[in-house]
Design a protein around this ligand. Structure first.
Ligand code: FE
Length: 139
């Protein structure tokens, strides 16, 4: 991973074989980004995506293997328990241009990964909400 800062924005390249979520977390900790958003494109050959089942409050996950384009990755940066908290979603298209999407747990870059992070001055923390079964923004 390499990156460069321009004002409050960062251009990031994540390289072949590197895992996206871990590297974005490392980047945010290093740059002390407490709030912001992320967009990205690229290619991966392994990904774990999920869906939160609102009735049972359980995350179902699926692993995808093979060549996939990241047709879009969007997400946000906040804090929980004093640590960086990333909430990322992804759409991945396969060789037949079928798209699969969901909550992003992990993905390994096969070609390159190109991301833009915009840092917002301030801090928003998350807290587990029993009713939703999710870690929600607290204001
Ligand atoms: Fe999600």
């Amino acid at each position: 991973m390499e990156y460069k800062k321009f004002g409050n924005k960062y251009i990031i390249r994540i390289d072949k074989g590197e895992e996206i979520v871990d590297n974005l977390k490392i980047f945010c900790e290093k740059e002390q980004i407490t709030l912001g958003w992320i967009t990205g494109i690229g290619a991966v050959n392994k990904a774990t995506i999920g869906l939160f089942k609102t009735d049972s409050k359980i995350y179902q996950t699926t692993e995808l293997r093979g060549d996939y384009e990241i047709t879009s990755l969007v997400g946000n940066i906040s804090r929980m328990d004093g640590k960086v908290y990333l909430h990322l979603h992804i759409n991945l298209s396969d060789i037949n241009y079928n798209v699969f999407g969901g909550h992003l747990n992990s993905a390994v870059v096969s070609g390159t990964g190109e991301f833009i992070v915009e840092s917002i001055e301030g801090q928003v923390n998350r807290q587990f909400d029993k009713e939703a079964g999710l870690n929600l923004y607290q204001f």
